[in-house]
Write a protein that binds this ligand. Sequence first.
Ligand SMILES: [Zn+2]
Length: 348
Amino acid sequence: MTHMRPQDILLPVPSGLCCKAGGFHIDPVRPVERALITHGHSDHARAGHGAVLATQETLDIMRLRYGENFAGATQAIRYGEQVRLGDVTVSFHPAGHVLGSAQIKVSSGGTCIVASGDYKDARDPTCAPFELVPCDVFITEATFGLPVFRHGDAAAEVKKLLASVALFPERAHLVGAYSLGKAQRVIALIREAGYDAPIYLHGAMEKITRYYQDKGIPLGELRPVKGVKKAELAGTITLAPPSATSDLWTRRFPDPVTAFASGWMRVRARARQRGVELPLVISDHADWDGLTATIAATGASEVWVTHGQEDALVHWCRTRGLAARPLDLVGYGDEEESEVVATEDAEA
Ligand SMILES: [Zn+2]
């Protein structure tokens, strides 16, 4: 077979990354015939596709979020398994982002592209670690694609939280965390730090968190916060979606300390603006060092940069002699900022 140009394999189109030769889209933002989905966050995994190929965990998470009929047909793929689609071969590899998250490798005619979706190279006890996949073209996210973003050690951030809990035994601690991935990672890190009291959950994260437990991820004793008396919540930790930590819902807690676990907490102004008393720099995306180290390690000679701060990363690639360009894909948000949950719905 003749050597294929990368753009003959994958092409950015309004509905997402399109592979004509394989007859599919990756993480399409509009309904398509066949979708390959990197992970369960709602900007990547949408309902309404004809067929979905994804890891079993991602399929399960989509089912939990959208119901049984989220797609016409589904097919599960294991990490490392190769599937032939039209003229291309695809395989999924751990992205280290959330449970079931995958980078998708697409190969054809001696050319190999890796669409990494969202990823992180930092340790996470709740999902398979990021796997480095050598490739010709690496498609990278750029959520934290500025040198100012250095996430540091998540375990040290959790220690700050536990120090605050020890310091204020009469107050409740309310930790804002995205309900898929971040919340479970924070709970796992709290357990690793030796805290073994029950941890309380906002209604919006119960289902997903139970799913993580069903998959064998140890999270200790968890309790729904609904119905618990205010006085009983003194000295406790509750995990809630970020949007819930700034509304009336917080009145059920005694003098709550509001924390927020996000890579954005590196920016003090953001924490202040959101009224976050205890910012915790914990991110499920690679930071600047993680992005640049990963790009270099893939050995890719060409890099496509998407959703986030594309410019600095494109510039960094070019100074290293790599061909790089921003991909103008629209419809991908940043789950760390964008989760809005109607509290009433979640409590129903
Ligand atoms: Zn994501």
